[in-house]
Design a protein around this ligand. Structure first.
Ligand SMILES: NC(=O)c1ccc[n+]([C@@H]2O[C@H](COP(=O)([O-])OP(=O)(O)OC[C@H]3O[C@@H](n4cnc5c(N)ncnc54)[C@H](O)[C@@H]3O)[C@@H](O)[C@H]2O)c1
Length: 346
């Protein structure tokens, strides 16, 4: 029997519960130490998941532990120092999104991992959600032909701020939070963007940053792609945390509704299937599709650790997603269409 990859998780807050549950459910990797600046949170996580070693200092963690991988689940402001440190102590570093707030920080993490010879994987779990895996497979089978239009839409009225109070405080919210996921999915299906325009809205007066945006992209292939998101939309039943999507090709259209029902349209008619994920043993609705995607992502990370796959997406790949998110702010602030090539050259 091969030995499990040994890892440490840094950041024992809200979303890390999903990471810990998923690591516990998968073969091939295990968390042997947890760390949080708030020792009480680290201890509570260790008690819940039976982890022997607990730290409130990342430096001390890395002094004491021999690790194959590090899972960074802190908020964005701590990613640069943690990813740099982790890269020099483990062969695989996983970092939650948003990867960084600036391109300089993101590039510094990519460089640090490269210099250390470590794999750097960004925890972009939307592309690992079951409905998107199904849609990708259908497109690769040629069911709709080459895509020429796509629309990815995440709109809801769920009270996110209870679990993630920091979301109400940050200056750059909807684009840097869910927008990054949508841009990653857009690139995954439609390739790279040539230009982008964007409109933002601040709808909820209790929220500091923009809580809605609509971005329109012209892709390098000539395709059109729209990404939109709102944290202030009323639907019944509440669709959170699902993403709706339409992808049109020359031979047909894929339509994913807000409740994970996927319809394949072609000239011979329309067929609808349930594309929702199963609720993991450890999971609960309405989070099950996200929780399942965390397991899919982490299964992939184990494949990367064992040399069976390349990071999907890597830190380097995520630079392009970040470029779109930052371009969306420029486009919205200056009411202009941004040429993406000029952002990359800048
Ligand atoms: N991919 C997804 O679907 C998804 C969903 C929710 C949150 N997230 C992301 O996960 C990250 C964490 O979000 P959260 O809601 O769990 O945040 P959180 O505030 O609940 O937890 C973060 C934890 O990290 C700890 N921490 C901060 N800096 C640290 C450092 N330098 N060393 C050790 N510990 C440190 C904090 O004390 C806190 O306990 C965010 O970047 C968020 O955007 C992703």
């Amino acid at each position: 029997m091969t030995q499990n990859m040994q890892g440490a998780l840094i950041g024992c807050g809200f979303f890390a519960q999903n990471h810990m549950n998923a690591w516990g459910a998968l073969d091939g990797a295990e968390i042997v130490a947890v760390c949080d600046l708030d020792l009480a949170k680290a201890k509570a996580m260790a008690a819940r998941f039976g982890i022997a070693r607990v730290y409130d200092s990342p430096e001390e963690l890395f002094r004491n532990e021999t690790l194959d991988f590090v899972d960074v689940v802190t908020t964005v402001d701590s990613h640069l120092p943690l990813v740099k440190l982790a890269s020099s102590h483990a062969k695989t570093v996983i970092c939650q999104k948003p990867f960084a707030e600036t391109m300089a920080d993101a590039q510094a993490m990519v460089d640090a991992a490269k210099d250390a010879g470590a794999h750097l994987i960004v925890h972009e779990n939307f592309r690992w959600q079951k409905p998107f895996l199904d849609m990708k497979a259908l497109i690769e089978e040629g069911v709709i032909g080459p895509p020429h239009f796509a629309h990815f839409s995440f709109r809801h009225g769920y009270d996110n701020y209870v679990n993630q109070p920091y979301l109400a405080e940050i200056e750059r919210f909807a684009i840097m939070d869910v927008g990054l996921h949508l841009f990653d999915v857009a690139r995954h299906f439609m390739g790279e963007a040539a230009s982008l325009s964007c409109s933002t809205q601040s709808l909820n007066p209790a929220v500091r940053g923009e809580d809605a945006f609509t971005a329109l992209m012209k892709m390098e292939t000539g395709a059109t792609c729209i990404c939109d998101c709102s944290f202030y939309s009323k639907f019944s039943p509440e669709p959170f945390p699902n993403t709706a999507a339409v992808i049109e090709g020359s031979e047909g259209t894929l339509h994913l509704d807000r409740y994970n029902q996927l319809t394949v349209h072609s000239t011979s008619g329309a067929v609808t299937r349930n594309a929702d994920a199963e609720v993991p043993d450890w999971g609960a609705k309405p989070w099950h599709c996200v929780q399942d995607s965390v397991m899919n992502f982490q299964r992939h990370a184990i494949d990367v650790m064992n040399g069976r796959a390349e990071p999907h997406p890597s830190g380097e790949d995520n630079l392009k997603t970040m470029t779109l998110a930052l371009a969306a702010y420029d486009a919205a602030e200056q009411a202009k269409t941004v040429d993406i090539a000029s952002c990359v050259e800048a």
